[in-house]
Design a protein around this ligand. Structure first.
Ligand code: OOG
Ligand code: NI
Length: 455
């Protein structure tokens, strides 16, 4: 019997290969990685307690390789096959994001590892959007787009065979895993030849730039790959000197002593030259598909914490204006968020955020209340990192990279069940996942206290 390669290992290899490919395709990505590494090094040198806390939580090693990417697909079959492809690498669909409310005709999920050990190994995530053709008004154009999509094959025969092999055998050998990574990578590669003529491209582009991006190309090119910074304001300030011009608004919560959820900023990376079939190989147009983004991650919020976040964000920002929030935004945001407690003790005691409980080795009665065990020094509470995305932020990222001013109006309509039917599976509720991590850590910590008392 041949030994299988662990899905975590395949994911690590794939994330590395994707990063290499994107560095070749988008040179600014390389500069971004260098900038983030420099900023992270400075932050850790300045804050040894942060370095120690991250090391204790098993989070330090993943920092250098931590990335998320994003792709957009056009059909249910493409989405369902992606689910199977990501499963080979231990990645599952987490969360449902309806972006139609923000004028983007897609709905999305994130494929990512779910277990704590897998996240610490390599938390590679891919934000994956499915085009909602039903939101294109012009029926003829809608039918044409569907017909074009029905023609294409975004997975290589090799990738499909290895996915099936993994499903049947229960895993991949070392050589198969390497072959899988190479074959899977092909799906995410940029292709500069459009699959449609220039006129069709223009018509789809007029319906929505995103429709052209999804429908007119051979595959769902990876459109960004985002490293995690420990200080997004410092990274943003360092961008111009390296030739990157970030959008002015950092999406998400304001800067705080205790970071929550996710802060993100993006910049336009490339105007691609596109060739259309039938133009004799003459370069014919440009397309903006790929961009750069950085993010800073904080503690995951409970439903109560998330409701407070959503309420405060809504106070300062009209959904329709996401991504172009205008002057004075940062100040208004900071003012509104004064209502959000900013110490880990307050966040925990008020049930706003999730924590991992660890027994410290100090003896105590295991059945005492958590706060008493913390006060006695018998438990330590570590913030659980938010591993997911934010719909308003995602809409802002989409908008800023689709060429700015475009604001289409769609009926806000959540369609999670339709999405899950297309995916061929239900998505995890991300908040339930964090709750489980917290509950399991507390049970394990209490068990450790009990065991120490019995010894
Ligand atoms: C995805 C945009 C969302 C994020 O980090 O919120 C995203 C896209 O443009 O395809 O990546
Ligand atoms: Ni992103």
């Amino acid at each position: 019997m041949t030994a299988f390669v662990a899905p975590d290992e395949i994911r690590g290899r794939f994330a590395r290969a994707m990063s290499e490919m994107y560095r070749q395709e988008v040179p600014q990505y390389g500069s971004l990685i260098a900038l983030v590494a420099q900023v992270n090094g400075e932050v850790l040198a300045r804050q040894p307690q942060l370095e120690q806390a991250m090391a204790r939580a098993g989070e330090l090693d993943r920092l250098d390789v931590e990335r998320h990417g994003a792709i957009r697909v056009g059909t249910a079959e493409e989405l369902a096959t992606l689910r199977r492809l990501f499963a080979v690498m231990g990645m599952e669909a987490v969360g449902y994001y309806d972006l139609s409310v923000a004028g983007v005709p897609v709905h999305s999920t994130a494929f990512r590892p779910v277990a704590q050990a897998a996240l610490n190994r390599n938390p590679f995530r891919v934000f994956t959007s499915l085009l909602r053709l039903e939101l294109i008004e012009d029926a003829a154009l809608r039918a044409q787009a569907a017909a074009i999509l029905a023609q294409r094959r975004i997975f290589s025969d090799g990738a499909l065979a290895l996915i099936a092999r993994c499903e049947q055998a229960g895993g991949l050998s070392d050589a198969e895993a390497d072959a899988f990574v190479a074959e899977a990578l092909e799906t995410f590669r940029w292709h500069s030849e459009a699959t449609v003529d220039a006129e069709t491209y223009e018509r789809l582009h007029r319906a929505h730039r995103l429709v052209a991006d999804v429908v007119c190309f051979k595959g769902p090119h990876i459109n960004h790959l985002t490293p995690r910074t420990l200080d997004i304001d410092a990274a943003q300030a360092g961008m111009p000197a390296r030739g990157m011009d970030a959008k002015d608004v950092v999406e998400g919560p304001p800067r705080r002593a205790c970071p929550i959820l996710l802060r993100q900023t993006s910049f336009k990376a490339l105007e691609e030259t596109v060739r259309f079939p039938g133009d004799g190989g003459v370069d014919h147009g440009t397309h903006t598909a790929r961009f750069g983004e950085i993010e800073q991650r904080g503690v995951a919020l409970t439903r109560k914490g998330r409701a407070l976040y959503d309420q405060l964000l809504a106070q300062v920002r009209d959904m329709a204006g996401a991504g172009s929030a205008g002057a004075g935004y940062a100040e208004r945001l900071a003012t509104a968020f004064e209502a959000f407690p900013d110490s880990h003790d307050a966040l925990r005691q008020q049930g706003l955020a999730f924590y991992r409980y660890v027994a410290t080795g100090v003896a105590a009665d295991a059945d005492t209340a958590v706060e008493d065990l913390l006060a006695a020094g018998a438990l330590r509470a570590e913030p659980i990192v938010y591993e997911d995305f934010l719909p308003v932020s995602a809409a802002g990222i989409f908008q800023s990279n689709l060429g700015g001013e475009e604001q289409k109006r769609y009926q806000a309509n959540q369609a999670q069940q339709a999405f899950e039917a297309d995916l061929g599976a239900s998505v995890h509720d991300e908040i339930a996942l964090y709750q489980t991590l917290q509950d399991e850590s507390l049970a394990a910590a209490r068990a450790a206290l009990r065991q120490a008392a019995a010894a």
